[in-house]
Design a protein around this ligand. Structure first.
Ligand code: 1HN
Length: 363
């Protein structure tokens, strides 16, 4: 019998072990071909036939949304649906390569939510963890786990898994924020639970500012035991973030790719604010031209301030305030800043670190 490599197997061997092609029976009309067909009919797949199994990156492509183009649609959404009808008036930033999922990348959700003066987004809870990053307007609050959290521009708010949360706008202008969730994780594990609260708002039974007053001072209540998951600090106000970035800049701790970059820490563990998501703010001074960078972590960025450019995979985008873009795993990117740029971001790094997967490459 003539022995030639089956086409798929030859292909995969060439990729994995160039120059080491074993002779195997040809697929058509051979014992080997009949074997492969027979096992496939039994829902058995020969691993050695799999091409390109383990390599970093996904099929998800980078994407960019300019706030200038999204904002009018958010305002239109307010005419189209009431908050009551929509519960959450969110335009999902759905990656064009993941149509039908609502997700911005394989592991993360991102959406822009708008709430008009006087509106309430009723209370509910779910297993996915959520963050808010305030983009526009003032006078809105989120209530999380019994504490009312007034939100200002650039604040980052934590909603731990399974915590009751509702929102309201007590101000006079529309308020927009970025919602970041790890819903794809919960969906992946088949563990996406949701429960509405019986009333529109949950009882407020903690004093305003408690989570930051008690847990956000570099000291912790002596008997506090962390569950090791989400941060007990529920809001990271921008004024503190800005002061921390000022200190980094004063100390001259400039990263070649990210500029002055700080991650938000869970003060009880030193790790990330969520079990799945890492969250950061970076400042790149005017004229900064960053090194090329990639990591296995998928990252969602929101421009807080300034203008510049990002080279993201094969494309380049101008960056203006409140634009959002996603860098999928292992896609290289680099920044340049025209004015001082501040970029908020969240990624699946916490989950990847917990699993021992996370890798990065600078330059
Ligand atoms: C959610 O509960 C909110 O509470 C926002 O504001 C966006 C996207 C998917 C699933 C739940 C919110 C969400 C969400």
């Amino acid at each position: 019998m003539e022995l030639t490599a089956a086409p798929m197997l030859r292909d995969s061997l060439e990729k994995q072990n160039p120059g080491e092609i074993m002779a195997v029976a040809s697929r058509a009309n051979s014992d080997y071909g009949r074997f492969v067909d027979e096992v496939k009919d039994m829902s058995l797949f020969p691993l050695w036939e799999r091409v390109g199994g383990l390599k970093p990156g996904t099929k998800c492509l980078p994407a960019h949304w300019s706030y200038e183009s999204v904002r009018p649609q958010l305002l239109l959404a307010c005419e189209m649906v009431t908050k009551k009808e929509a519960s959450r008036r969110v335009l999902c930033l759905e990656n064009p390569t993941l149509r039908g999922t609502t997700f911005i990348c394989d592991s993360l959700f991102a959406g822009l939510q708008i709430i008009m003066p006087g509106e309430v987004a009723p209370s509910h809870r779910h297993t996915p963890s959520a963050l808010r990053f305030i983009v526009e307007g003032e006078g809105a609050y989120t209530a999380v786990a019994g504490e009312k959290l007034p939100m200002k521009l650039g604040d980052f708010v934590v909603t731990p898994a399974w915590a009751w949360h509702d929102h309201g706008n007590l101000g006079t202008t529309p308020v927009v924020w970025l919602d970041g969730l790890d819903t794809p994780f919960a969906r992946f594990f088949g563990a996406a639970f949701y429960e509405p609260y019986p009333e529109d708002t949950q009882p407020i039974n903690r004093p305003q500012g408690e989570s930051i007053d008690v847990y956000g001072t570099n000291m912790l209540p002596a008997d506090y035991q962390s569950d090791g998951q989400s941060s007990p600090v529920l809001i990271y106000p921008y004024e503190r973030t800005r002061a921390a970035l000022d200190s980094m800049a004063k100390a001259g701790k400039l990263h070649p790719a990210h500029g002055y970059r700080l991650r938000y820490a869970n003060p009880a563990t030193g790790k990330h604010p969520f079990p799945t998501m890492a969250v950061s703010m970076q400042r790149m001074p005017a004229g900064f031209a960053g090194a090329t960078y990639r990591s296995t972590g998928a990252s969602v960025f929101a421009v807080h301030k300034g203008t510049g450019r990002v080279k993201l995979g094969d494309a380049e985008h101008a960056l203006a305030p409140h634009d959002v873009f996603v860098a999928p795993p292992w896609v290289p990117y680099s920044f340049s800043a025209e004015s001082d740029v501040e970029l908020f971001s969240y990624s699946d790094r916490a989950g990847q670190e917990a699993l021992g997967y996370w890798r990065e490459q600078v330059g």
